[in-house]
Design a protein around this ligand. Sequence first.
Ligand SMILES: [Fe+2]
Length: 439
Amino acid sequence: MSQHCSCSTISRHHEFLREEVHCFPRFTHRGIPSPPGYNAPQQVHITQGDQVGRAVIVSWVTPSEPGSSHVKYWKDSGDGSEPGYKERYDTKYIYEIGDGDTARWFSFTTPPPIGPDASYTFGIIGDLGQTSDSNQTLEHYHSNTKGQAVLFVGDLSYADDHPLHDNNRWDTWGRFVEKSVAYQPWIWTAGNHEIDFLPEMVLPSNVVTKLFVLYIYRGKLFHSSHSCTGITPPTKHPKSTFPLWYSIKRASAHIIVLSSYSAFGKYTPQYQWLEEELPRVNRSETPWLIVLLHSPMYNSYDYHFMEGEAMRVMFEPWFVQYKVDLVFSGHVHAYERSHRFSNVAYRVSNGQCTPAYDKSGPVYITIGDGGNVEGIANRFTEPQPSYSAYREASFGHAMLEIKNRTHAYYTWHRNQDSEPVAGDSQWFYNRHWYPHEEP
Ligand SMILES: [Fe+2]
Protein backbone atom coordinates (compact mmCIF):
# COMPACT_ATOMS: atom_id res chain seq x y z
CA MET A 1 0.00 0.00 0.00
CA SER A 2 1.35 3.37 -0.85
CA GLN A 3 0.62 6.81 0.35
CA HIS A 4 0.16 9.37 -2.36
CA CYS A 5 1.29 12.90 -2.33
CA SER A 6 -0.01 15.42 -4.77
CA CYS A 7 0.85 18.94 -5.55
CA SER A 8 -0.22 21.52 -8.02
CA THR A 9 0.90 25.01 -8.63
CA ILE A 10 -1.25 28.02 -9.29
CA SER A 11 0.92 30.22 -11.38
CA ARG A 12 0.62 33.48 -13.18
CA HIS A 13 0.28 31.48 -16.35
CA HIS A 14 -2.78 29.80 -14.88
CA GLU A 15 -1.56 26.37 -15.69
CA PHE A 16 -2.36 23.43 -13.53
CA LEU A 17 0.60 21.20 -13.18
CA ARG A 18 0.14 17.73 -11.91
CA GLU A 19 2.06 14.66 -11.06
CA GLU A 20 1.35 11.72 -8.84
CA VAL A 21 4.16 10.83 -6.53
CA HIS A 22 4.30 7.48 -4.82
CA CYS A 23 5.95 7.99 -1.53
CA PHE A 24 6.13 6.01 1.65
CA PRO A 25 4.13 3.38 3.47
CA ARG A 26 0.58 4.07 4.47
CA PHE A 27 0.18 5.10 8.04
CA THR A 28 -2.40 4.47 10.66
CA HIS A 29 -4.11 7.69 11.55
CA ARG A 30 -3.69 9.10 15.01
CA GLY A 31 -4.03 12.46 16.61
CA ILE A 32 -6.19 14.82 14.59
CA PRO A 33 -8.45 12.50 12.60
CA SER A 34 -8.45 12.25 8.85
CA PRO A 35 -11.24 14.10 7.08
CA PRO A 36 -14.33 11.97 6.42
CA GLY A 37 -14.74 10.06 3.21
CA TYR A 38 -12.68 7.46 1.40
CA ASN A 39 -9.34 8.81 0.26
CA ALA A 40 -10.23 12.39 1.16
CA PRO A 41 -7.34 14.85 0.71
CA GLN A 42 -5.54 15.65 3.91
CA GLN A 43 -2.40 17.41 5.17
CA VAL A 44 -3.15 20.27 2.83
CA HIS A 45 -0.44 22.91 2.70
CA ILE A 46 0.56 25.82 0.54
CA THR A 47 3.79 27.66 0.03
CA GLN A 48 5.19 30.30 -2.28
CA GLY A 49 5.56 28.86 -5.76
CA ASP A 50 7.99 31.24 -7.41
CA GLN A 51 10.54 33.73 -6.26
CA VAL A 52 8.33 36.82 -6.29
CA GLY A 53 5.01 35.59 -4.92
CA ARG A 54 3.02 35.28 -8.14
CA ALA A 55 2.50 31.54 -7.76
CA VAL A 56 1.26 29.23 -5.05
CA ILE A 57 2.06 25.55 -4.62
CA VAL A 58 -0.79 23.51 -3.18
CA SER A 59 0.14 20.08 -1.82
CA TRP A 60 -1.79 17.34 -0.07
CA VAL A 61 -1.90 13.63 0.64
CA THR A 62 -4.48 11.05 -0.36
CA PRO A 63 -4.07 8.15 2.04
CA SER A 64 -5.32 5.14 0.10
CA GLU A 65 -4.71 5.61 -3.60
CA PRO A 66 -3.80 8.30 -6.10
CA GLY A 67 -6.51 10.91 -6.28
CA SER A 68 -7.16 13.83 -8.54
CA SER A 69 -4.31 16.32 -8.72
CA HIS A 70 -6.53 19.13 -9.91
CA VAL A 71 -6.95 22.36 -8.00
CA LYS A 72 -9.96 24.49 -8.80
CA TYR A 73 -9.68 28.05 -7.64
CA TRP A 74 -11.53 31.28 -8.00
CA LYS A 75 -11.55 34.76 -6.64
CA ASP A 76 -13.63 35.34 -3.54
CA SER A 77 -15.64 38.43 -4.27
CA GLY A 78 -16.80 38.79 -0.69
CA ASP A 79 -20.48 38.48 -1.50
CA GLY A 80 -20.12 35.13 -3.15
CA SER A 81 -17.37 33.54 -5.15
CA GLU A 82 -16.49 34.87 -8.52
CA PRO A 83 -15.17 32.42 -11.10
CA GLY A 84 -12.03 33.46 -12.87
CA TYR A 85 -8.32 33.00 -12.62
CA LYS A 86 -6.91 36.37 -13.55
CA GLU A 87 -3.86 37.16 -11.54
CA ARG A 88 -4.49 39.63 -8.79
CA TYR A 89 -2.40 40.83 -5.91
CA ASP A 90 -3.78 41.25 -2.42
CA THR A 91 -6.75 39.11 -3.35
CA LYS A 92 -8.48 36.30 -1.54
CA TYR A 93 -8.95 33.10 -3.52
CA ILE A 94 -10.98 30.03 -2.69
CA TYR A 95 -9.57 26.70 -3.80
CA GLU A 96 -10.98 23.21 -3.98
CA ILE A 97 -9.23 19.86 -4.03
CA GLY A 98 -10.60 16.34 -4.07
CA ASP A 99 -13.61 14.91 -5.85
CA GLY A 100 -17.26 14.48 -5.15
CA ASP A 101 -18.13 13.81 -1.55
CA THR A 102 -14.55 14.25 -0.45
CA ALA A 103 -13.97 17.68 -2.02
CA ARG A 104 -12.53 20.18 0.43
CA TRP A 105 -12.36 23.96 0.25
CA PHE A 106 -9.74 26.31 1.57
CA SER A 107 -8.60 29.85 0.84
CA PHE A 108 -5.51 31.99 0.61
CA THR A 109 -4.75 35.63 0.01
CA THR A 110 -2.15 36.67 -2.52
CA PRO A 111 0.58 39.05 -1.34
CA PRO A 112 0.97 42.63 -2.48
CA PRO A 113 3.31 43.29 -5.40
CA ILE A 114 6.99 43.40 -4.58
CA GLY A 115 7.78 46.95 -3.56
CA PRO A 116 9.86 48.93 -1.09
CA ASP A 117 6.95 50.17 1.00
CA ALA A 118 4.73 47.12 0.79
CA SER A 119 3.57 46.41 4.33
CA TYR A 120 3.37 42.78 5.32
CA THR A 121 3.23 40.73 8.52
CA PHE A 122 5.14 37.50 8.99
CA GLY A 123 4.66 35.07 11.83
CA ILE A 124 7.80 33.32 13.02
CA ILE A 125 7.65 29.82 14.48
CA GLY A 126 10.31 27.21 15.12
CA ASP A 127 10.80 23.70 16.47
CA LEU A 128 7.07 23.10 16.59
CA GLY A 129 6.56 19.35 16.99
CA GLN A 130 3.17 18.05 17.99
CA THR A 131 2.53 18.25 21.70
CA SER A 132 -0.01 20.14 23.77
CA ASP A 133 2.51 22.98 23.89
CA SER A 134 2.81 22.85 20.08
CA ASN A 135 -0.95 23.04 19.86
CA GLN A 136 -0.99 26.05 22.16
CA THR A 137 1.64 27.78 20.02
CA LEU A 138 -0.25 27.13 16.79
CA GLU A 139 -3.60 28.16 18.28
CA HIS A 140 -1.98 31.27 19.67
CA TYR A 141 -0.54 32.22 16.30
CA HIS A 142 -3.76 31.29 14.54
CA SER A 143 -5.72 33.63 16.80
CA ASN A 144 -3.64 36.59 15.65
CA THR A 145 -5.30 37.80 12.49
CA LYS A 146 -2.31 39.92 11.47
CA GLY A 147 -0.14 37.02 10.31
CA GLN A 148 -0.06 36.63 6.51
CA ALA A 149 2.72 34.05 6.11
CA VAL A 150 4.96 32.06 8.42
CA LEU A 151 8.72 31.99 8.45
CA PHE A 152 9.45 28.56 9.89
CA VAL A 153 12.98 28.09 11.18
CA GLY A 154 13.24 24.31 11.16
CA ASP A 155 12.41 21.11 13.10
CA LEU A 156 8.90 20.21 12.03
CA SER A 157 7.33 16.91 13.08
CA TYR A 158 10.02 15.37 15.32
CA ALA A 159 9.14 12.04 13.72
CA ASP A 160 12.78 11.07 14.07
CA ASP A 161 12.46 11.09 17.85
CA HIS A 162 10.42 7.90 17.46
CA PRO A 163 11.54 4.36 16.54
CA LEU A 164 12.59 4.10 12.90
CA HIS A 165 11.70 7.77 12.50
CA ASP A 166 8.04 6.81 12.70
CA ASN A 167 6.39 8.12 9.56
CA ASN A 168 3.02 8.17 11.27
CA ARG A 169 4.27 11.30 12.95
CA TRP A 170 4.58 13.09 9.64
CA ASP A 171 0.92 12.32 8.93
CA THR A 172 -0.26 13.47 12.30
CA TRP A 173 1.86 16.60 12.04
CA GLY A 174 0.57 17.33 8.55
CA ARG A 175 -2.99 17.18 9.81
CA PHE A 176 -2.09 19.21 12.88
CA VAL A 177 -0.67 22.20 11.00
CA GLU A 178 -3.26 22.16 8.20
CA LYS A 179 -5.44 24.70 9.97
CA SER A 180 -2.81 27.33 9.25
CA VAL A 181 -0.65 26.11 6.40
CA ALA A 182 -3.62 25.34 4.13
CA TYR A 183 -4.55 29.01 4.32
CA GLN A 184 -1.27 30.89 4.29
CA PRO A 185 2.17 30.00 2.98
CA TRP A 186 4.79 28.75 5.35
CA ILE A 187 8.37 29.34 4.26
CA TRP A 188 10.39 26.33 5.33
CA THR A 189 13.87 25.88 6.77
CA ALA A 190 15.50 22.48 7.34
CA GLY A 191 16.54 21.65 10.89
CA ASN A 192 18.45 18.75 12.39
CA HIS A 193 15.22 16.76 12.79
CA GLU A 194 14.88 16.87 9.03
CA ILE A 195 18.28 15.25 8.39
CA ASP A 196 16.78 11.78 8.89
CA PHE A 197 20.05 9.91 8.80
CA LEU A 198 18.78 6.34 8.99
CA PRO A 199 20.88 3.99 6.87
CA GLU A 200 18.47 1.10 7.38
CA MET A 201 15.59 3.08 5.87
CA VAL A 202 14.37 1.50 2.63
CA LEU A 203 13.74 4.17 0.04
CA PRO A 204 11.87 4.12 -3.25
CA SER A 205 14.21 3.43 -6.14
CA ASN A 206 13.77 6.93 -7.58
CA VAL A 207 14.95 8.61 -4.39
CA VAL A 208 18.59 9.43 -4.92
CA THR A 209 19.45 11.14 -1.68
CA LYS A 210 19.23 9.89 1.84
CA LEU A 211 19.76 12.92 4.00
CA PHE A 212 16.72 15.19 4.32
CA VAL A 213 14.78 12.63 2.31
CA LEU A 214 11.47 12.97 4.12
CA TYR A 215 11.77 16.73 4.30
CA ILE A 216 12.34 16.93 0.57
CA TYR A 217 10.07 14.23 -0.76
CA ARG A 218 7.52 13.13 1.76
CA GLY A 219 4.32 15.10 1.70
CA LYS A 220 5.94 17.60 -0.62
CA LEU A 221 5.88 20.17 2.10
CA PHE A 222 8.34 22.41 0.41
CA HIS A 223 8.97 24.10 -2.88
CA SER A 224 8.46 21.00 -4.91
CA SER A 225 10.71 21.36 -7.88
CA HIS A 226 11.77 17.75 -7.82
CA SER A 227 8.57 16.11 -8.91
CA CYS A 228 6.23 18.71 -10.27
CA THR A 229 7.46 19.35 -13.73
CA GLY A 230 7.29 22.93 -14.76
CA ILE A 231 7.15 24.69 -11.44
CA THR A 232 9.38 27.69 -11.40
CA PRO A 233 11.59 27.32 -8.36
CA PRO A 234 12.14 30.31 -6.10
CA THR A 235 15.60 30.60 -7.49
CA LYS A 236 16.87 29.25 -10.76
CA HIS A 237 20.43 29.56 -9.67
CA PRO A 238 22.21 26.30 -10.45
CA LYS A 239 24.14 26.28 -7.21
CA SER A 240 21.02 26.29 -5.10
CA THR A 241 20.06 22.73 -4.21
CA PHE A 242 16.73 24.07 -3.22
CA PRO A 243 14.80 23.39 -1.11
CA LEU A 244 17.65 23.22 1.41
CA TRP A 245 18.86 26.74 0.63
CA TYR A 246 17.05 29.26 -1.52
CA SER A 247 15.58 32.73 -1.51
CA ILE A 248 12.21 34.33 -2.07
CA LYS A 249 10.90 37.85 -2.27
CA ARG A 250 7.61 38.68 -0.66
CA ALA A 251 6.17 42.21 -0.34
CA SER A 252 9.14 44.32 0.79
CA ALA A 253 11.29 41.46 2.08
CA HIS A 254 14.05 39.40 0.53
CA ILE A 255 14.28 36.20 2.51
CA ILE A 256 17.33 33.95 2.37
CA VAL A 257 16.98 30.43 3.74
CA LEU A 258 20.14 28.57 4.69
CA SER A 259 20.81 24.97 5.70
CA SER A 260 22.77 24.57 8.91
CA TYR A 261 23.31 20.88 8.17
CA SER A 262 24.53 21.08 4.60
CA ALA A 263 28.10 21.89 3.72
CA PHE A 264 28.77 25.62 3.87
CA GLY A 265 32.57 25.86 3.83
CA LYS A 266 34.40 27.71 1.12
CA TYR A 267 33.91 26.26 -2.38
CA THR A 268 30.80 24.32 -1.34
CA PRO A 269 27.61 24.88 -3.35
CA GLN A 270 25.82 26.62 -0.47
CA TYR A 271 28.76 28.96 0.10
CA GLN A 272 29.00 29.79 -3.59
CA TRP A 273 25.26 30.30 -3.87
CA LEU A 274 25.16 32.71 -0.93
CA GLU A 275 28.22 34.56 -2.20
CA GLU A 276 26.37 35.23 -5.44
CA GLU A 277 22.93 35.69 -3.90
CA LEU A 278 23.74 38.53 -1.53
CA PRO A 279 24.87 40.96 -4.26
CA ARG A 280 21.62 40.19 -6.10
CA VAL A 281 19.51 41.65 -3.28
CA ASN A 282 18.02 44.93 -4.47
CA ARG A 283 17.23 47.00 -1.39
CA SER A 284 15.39 49.53 -3.55
CA GLU A 285 12.96 46.78 -4.40
CA THR A 286 13.03 44.73 -1.19
CA PRO A 287 14.49 46.83 1.62
CA TRP A 288 14.21 44.14 4.29
CA LEU A 289 16.89 41.46 4.14
CA ILE A 290 16.04 38.53 6.40
CA VAL A 291 17.98 35.30 6.89
CA LEU A 292 16.47 32.06 8.21
CA LEU A 293 18.60 29.20 9.48
CA HIS A 294 18.20 26.56 12.13
CA SER A 295 21.21 26.50 14.43
CA PRO A 296 21.71 29.96 15.97
CA MET A 297 24.98 31.77 15.39
CA TYR A 298 24.58 33.49 18.75
CA ASN A 299 23.07 31.60 21.63
CA SER A 300 23.58 32.16 25.34
CA TYR A 301 21.65 29.14 26.54
CA ASP A 302 23.30 26.07 27.95
CA TYR A 303 21.91 24.04 25.06
CA HIS A 304 23.49 23.61 21.63
CA PHE A 305 26.10 26.07 22.80
CA MET A 306 28.28 27.25 19.89
CA GLU A 307 26.85 24.68 17.47
CA GLY A 308 26.32 27.52 14.99
CA GLU A 309 29.82 28.90 15.44
CA ALA A 310 31.32 27.43 12.27
CA MET A 311 28.62 28.93 10.08
CA ARG A 312 28.97 32.24 11.96
CA VAL A 313 32.67 32.33 11.14
CA MET A 314 31.91 31.75 7.48
CA PHE A 315 28.89 33.99 6.95
CA GLU A 316 28.79 36.74 9.58
CA PRO A 317 31.21 39.00 7.63
CA TRP A 318 28.81 38.85 4.67
CA PHE A 319 25.82 39.55 6.90
CA VAL A 320 27.55 42.72 8.05
CA GLN A 321 28.83 43.67 4.60
CA TYR A 322 25.38 43.35 3.07
CA LYS A 323 23.58 44.82 6.08
CA VAL A 324 21.25 41.95 6.88
CA ASP A 325 18.41 43.26 9.02
CA LEU A 326 17.40 40.16 10.93
CA VAL A 327 18.59 36.58 11.38
CA PHE A 328 16.00 34.15 12.73
CA SER A 329 16.98 30.71 13.99
CA GLY A 330 15.55 27.90 16.10
CA HIS A 331 17.11 24.75 17.56
CA VAL A 332 17.32 26.07 21.12
CA HIS A 333 13.88 25.53 22.66
CA ALA A 334 13.54 28.96 24.16
CA TYR A 335 13.57 32.61 23.15
CA GLU A 336 16.42 35.10 22.79
CA ARG A 337 16.86 38.45 21.02
CA SER A 338 20.21 40.12 20.58
CA HIS A 339 21.26 43.71 20.29
CA ARG A 340 22.53 44.88 16.91
CA PHE A 341 26.18 43.95 16.90
CA SER A 342 28.89 41.98 15.19
CA ASN A 343 31.98 40.00 16.00
CA VAL A 344 33.84 40.18 12.74
CA ALA A 345 37.05 41.79 13.96
CA TYR A 346 38.32 38.60 15.51
CA ARG A 347 41.37 36.85 14.20
CA VAL A 348 43.14 34.08 16.02
CA SER A 349 46.13 36.39 16.41
CA ASN A 350 44.48 39.62 17.56
CA GLY A 351 42.35 38.55 20.51
CA GLN A 352 39.49 40.88 19.56
CA CYS A 353 36.82 38.38 20.43
CA THR A 354 34.22 40.59 22.07
CA PRO A 355 31.06 41.33 20.11
CA ALA A 356 30.52 45.07 19.76
CA TYR A 357 27.71 47.35 18.59
CA ASP A 358 27.72 47.53 14.82
CA LYS A 359 25.10 49.52 12.97
CA SER A 360 25.59 47.23 9.97
CA GLY A 361 25.17 44.05 11.96
CA PRO A 362 21.96 42.03 12.15
CA VAL A 363 19.76 41.41 15.15
CA TYR A 364 19.79 37.69 15.92
CA ILE A 365 16.62 36.10 17.22
CA THR A 366 16.34 32.54 18.47
CA ILE A 367 12.76 31.34 18.36
CA GLY A 368 12.95 27.57 18.76
CA ASP A 369 10.18 27.70 21.34
CA GLY A 370 7.34 26.10 19.39
CA GLY A 371 6.84 23.48 22.09
CA ASN A 372 8.09 20.11 20.86
CA VAL A 373 8.41 16.78 22.65
CA GLU A 374 11.93 17.52 23.86
CA GLY A 375 10.76 20.26 26.22
CA ILE A 376 11.91 23.74 27.13
CA ALA A 377 15.54 24.88 27.34
CA ASN A 378 15.74 26.51 30.75
CA ARG A 379 19.41 26.77 31.60
CA PHE A 380 21.36 29.86 30.65
CA THR A 381 25.03 30.57 30.45
CA GLU A 382 25.85 33.16 33.09
CA PRO A 383 26.34 36.01 33.16
CA GLN A 384 24.09 37.08 30.28
CA PRO A 385 26.43 38.25 27.50
CA SER A 386 26.34 41.94 26.69
CA TYR A 387 25.11 41.24 23.16
CA SER A 388 22.03 39.42 24.47
CA ALA A 389 19.13 41.85 24.87
CA TYR A 390 16.43 39.53 26.14
CA ARG A 391 16.10 35.82 26.85
CA GLU A 392 13.32 33.77 28.37
CA ALA A 393 12.60 30.06 28.64
CA SER A 394 8.96 30.09 27.52
CA PHE A 395 7.15 28.63 24.54
CA GLY A 396 5.73 31.05 22.02
CA HIS A 397 5.90 32.60 18.57
CA ALA A 398 6.78 36.00 17.09
CA MET A 399 5.28 38.48 14.66
CA LEU A 400 7.17 40.85 12.36
CA GLU A 401 5.02 43.71 11.08
CA ILE A 402 6.87 45.42 8.25
CA LYS A 403 5.35 48.88 7.96
CA ASN A 404 7.38 50.45 5.15
CA ARG A 405 10.96 50.67 3.92
CA THR A 406 12.25 52.07 7.19
CA HIS A 407 10.28 50.62 10.09
CA ALA A 408 9.13 47.20 11.30
CA TYR A 409 7.49 46.34 14.60
CA TYR A 410 8.42 43.05 16.16
CA THR A 411 6.70 41.22 19.01
CA TRP A 412 7.20 37.91 20.78
CA HIS A 413 4.18 36.21 22.32
CA ARG A 414 4.65 33.63 25.07
CA ASN A 415 2.01 30.92 25.23
CA GLN A 416 0.91 31.61 28.77
CA ASP A 417 -0.29 35.10 27.84
CA SER A 418 -3.25 36.12 25.73
CA GLU A 419 -2.34 37.01 22.17
CA PRO A 420 -2.37 40.82 22.54
CA VAL A 421 0.31 40.58 25.23
CA ALA A 422 3.85 40.95 23.94
CA GLY A 423 6.49 39.31 26.10
CA ASP A 424 9.12 41.17 24.12
CA SER A 425 8.82 43.92 21.53
CA GLN A 426 11.11 46.08 19.47
CA TRP A 427 10.98 48.57 16.63
CA PHE A 428 13.51 47.64 13.98
CA TYR A 429 14.99 50.24 11.66
CA ASN A 430 15.95 49.14 8.19
CA ARG A 431 19.71 48.86 7.74
CA HIS A 432 19.72 50.22 4.19
CA TRP A 433 17.18 53.04 4.38
CA TYR A 434 17.30 54.08 8.02
CA PRO A 435 20.42 52.70 9.70
CA HIS A 436 19.96 54.42 13.02
CA GLU A 437 20.32 52.82 16.41
CA GLU A 438 17.04 51.38 17.63
CA PRO A 439 15.62 52.45 21.00
FE1 LIG B 1 16.97 21.56 16.17
